[in-house]
Design a protein around this ligand. Structure first.
Ligand code: FEO
Length: 395
């Protein structure tokens, strides 16, 4: 698949992938491991594919070029979804130098324990391939210390590593050949679940990138489709997403044993809507929803309400897990509140409130509790709680 004059896509589309980072991240639309072949006077491979596809990757590559002609293997990021085929590639192309950042040398050696022929590059350094030239831009913590981008002159392709990527399988490589709603949804899910903790660095690096005034014709990320028509759109989205992003949305997330906490969520939501007609409200049962899709909804919300009944000495594990996930993502500028039913110990709302505070949310002082199954009197209180929470959002 041709990307530009000198660049071909030689990666792997993984249509059946449903979980990534072990079982941590859902990839409901599959993914791709994008590797690129640059053919000029010199030949370079930019990144490779995940380990299970190493052999297939090498066979495909052999059908396109003689591997003995590869001069450089550029490693922009050593996470095994992009470097997994590196040992086999080096074995088949022992003459090639591995071009990467100093940090990537550490992560590559950490994974593969080999003393390969490394050529270390820093931001601003160039590698001539003939008519074209690669310029490297280190983007540490987008999302690993080794993360690096490379810009190919002449063709004006920015190899952006994980940034601007999406877990999205498609036969078609360019944005304008794909469903716009799907690719932007997956790009946002990727950002929300992977890049949010590094938002300040994203902002800084995008400012640096824009200051370089590169005449980018294609952004070629390490996953999903490449951006051609949507270059400005995806960069603008990253600037927005990295800056304490929220929409006019409130999300309620609960788990429930006997529907008491579910009913509470629904009544509170009615109270909020009565006070704020224009706000979009979404409700999820965390034990029945995809956690990464819920994280995306939290990311785009200006406020969240989290509910669980008391359970043993704590709360239900799907809510505990979600709260832990949210804490690690360090989202900014969001308000929150806790609710839940209990039998004899209302410790649940305290535990949830504390977790939300630890996650950096501005937590409503009041909590919504109901003993056993909410009564009619409780329902009125819960409705009013929703209204009060909506007023808290206006402060
Ligand atoms: Fe797609 Fe961070 O590897």
């Amino acid at each position: 698949m041709k990307i530009s004059n000198h660049v071909s896509w030689v990666g792997k589309v993984d249509w059946e992938l449903r979980k990534f980072h072990g079982e941590q991240l859902s990839t409901n639309n599959g993914s791709s491991y994008n590797a690129y072949l640059v053919e000029d006077e010199k030949v370079a491979i930019v990144d490779s594919v995940w380990t299970p596809f190493a052999k297939e990757f090498i066979e495909n590559l052999k059908s396109k070029i003689e591997l003995s002609k590869i001069d450089y293997i550029v490693v922009l990021h050593a996470e095994p979804d992009h470097s997994g085929a590196l040992p086999l590639l080096v074995q088949n192309a022992p003459q090639a130098k591995i071009v990467c950042s100093a940090s990537a040398v550490k992560s590559i050696k950490g994974y593969y324990h080999q003393d390969w022929d490394f050529q270390v590059v820093k931001t601003g350094e160039k590698l001539s391939l003939g008519k074209t030239e690669l310029t490297f831009i280190e983007v540490p913590m987008l999302h690993w210390p080794d993360s690096t981008m490379a810009f190919l002159s002449e063709d004006n392709v920015l190899f952006s590593s994980d940034a601007f990527g999406q877990h999205y399988a498609s036969q078609k490589i360019f944005d304008n050949e794909n469903d716009q709603t799907e690719i932007f949804y997956e790009a946002m899910k990727y950002f929300a679940n992977i890049l949010t903790p590094f938002s300040k660095k994203v902002t800084k690096k995008i400012e640096e990138l824009l200051a370089l005034n590169l005449p980018i014709s294609v952004i070629a990320p390490a996953h999903g489709i490449a951006w051609k028509d949507g270059i400005k759109a995806i960069i603008d989205k990253y600037i927005l997403w990295a800056n304490a992003y929220s929409e006019n949305q409130i999300t309620l997330i609960y788990d429930s044993m006997y529907n008491s906490t579910r009913r509470m969520a629904e009544i509170i939501a009615e109270g909020i809507q009565a006070e704020c007609d224009d706000v979009k409200i979404k409700i999820f049962n965390s034990s029945k929803s995809d956690i990464n899709d819920v994280v995306l909804e939290v990311f785009r919300s200006k406020a969240v309400l989290v509910g669980s009944p008391s359970y043993n000495n704590g709360i239900l594990h799907s809510i505990a897990g979600l709260l832990d996930e949210i804490k690690g993502l360090a989202m900014e500028n969001k308000k929150a509140a806790a609710f839940g039913s209990y039998g004899w110990s209302p410790a649940n709302v305290k535990i949830i409130s504390e977790s939300l505070k630890a996650a950096g949310f501005d937590v409503f002082a009041d909590t919504a509790k109901a003993q056993w199954n909410p009564s009619e009197a409780d329902a009125t209180k819960l409705f009013d709680f929703g209204k009060e929470f909506a007023k808290f959002l206006k402060q």
